[in-house]
Design a protein around this ligand. Structure first.
Ligand code: NAP
Length: 242
């Protein structure tokens, strides 16, 4: 048996229409999984890239959106990738910008994990959860208080859920991506000063690619990672080692 194969597994990836989520969905498909591409926007482009994939509408404007998703279909791997960011000075940060980010990045993530784990434990099939955290699970950031709070929360919840579910066969881990080339970071890369400052600090000397995160997600979902529980794995070109 290839310990890195996902053959026979079904993986659901949230926010699979673009960026890191799309790359994860494609990599899971390449590793042999049947992939469910979940999004609030159409995932048709991603579905077209993966043999046998299909799509599911999940909009975390309602953080409980996935509460019935796993009762009716067997899913072995859950990747919580959907996330948003709002930028403003903390002194004038609004309740709306606080709630929107916490609802999608933290509340929806927790209740999606809960629904997944409940089904996996009832079926006694085990399962894998991979949460997408951030460097701001460890660092403070500037002008992104709700994002930083949410991603610190993702790291904490990953450990907390791992403690409860490890003995029940559900692995809960997270990936903390560094600076990755997606739509999300286009403005940073377009600003020569910010781009240089970021690159100067990355030991690897380059921006990360969505596929760098995707391959790590495949690993954490694979039999090779069976004994990994509660890890928050930095995939950041060495940023946090500086
Ligand atoms: P992105 O291109 O903006 O993708 C974000 C994804 O989340 C999109 O699919 C988006 O859907 C989805 N989403 C947002 N709100 C949603 C909602 N209410 N319901 C369902 N889906 C929703 O950004 P990305 O860079 O690929 O980010 C993916 C994850 O990686 C996020 O959790 C982000 O915090 C994290 N991350 C990224 C970086 C980086 O450098 N890029 C670094 C650290 C962590 P729509 O397209 O419909 O908006």
């Amino acid at each position: 048996m290839n310990p890195f194969s996902l053959a026979g597994q079904t993986a659901l990836v949230t926010g699979a229409n673009t960026g890191i989520g799309q790359a994860i969905a494609v990599a899971m498909g390449r590793a042999g999984a049947h992939v469910i591409c979940a999004g609030r926007s159409s995932c048709a482009d991603t579905v077209a890239m993966i043999d046998g994939a299909h799509e599911l509408t999940l909009d975390f404007a309602d953080p409980m959106a996935a509460k019935d998703t796993f009762a009716t279909r067997k899913v072995d791997i859950l990747v919580n990738n959907a996330g948003i960011i709002r930028r403003a000075d903390s002194i004038e940060f609004t309740e709306e910008d606080w709630d929107a980010v916490i609802d999608v990045n933290l509340k929806a993530l927790f209740f999606t994990c809960q629904a997944f784990a409940k089904a996996a434990i009832e079926r006694d099939t085990g399962g894998r959860i991979v949460n997408i955290a951030s460097l701001l699970s460890f660092q403070g950031g500037i002008r992104v208080p709700s994002y930083t709070a949410s991603k610190h929360g993702v790291a904490g919840l990953t450990k907390s859920m791992a403690n409860e579910w490890a003995a029940k066969g559900v692995n809960v881990n997270a990936i903390a991506p560094g600076y990755i080339e997606t739509n999300n970071t286009e403005a940073l890369r377009a600003d020569p000063d910010r781009n240089k400052a970021i690159l100067d600090r990355i030991p690897a000397g380059r921006w990360g690619k969505a596929d760098d995160i995707a391959q790590t997600a495949v690993f954490l979902a694979s039999p090779a990672a069976t004994y990994i529980h509660g890890a928050v794995l930095n995939v950041d070109g060495g940023w946090l080692a500086r």
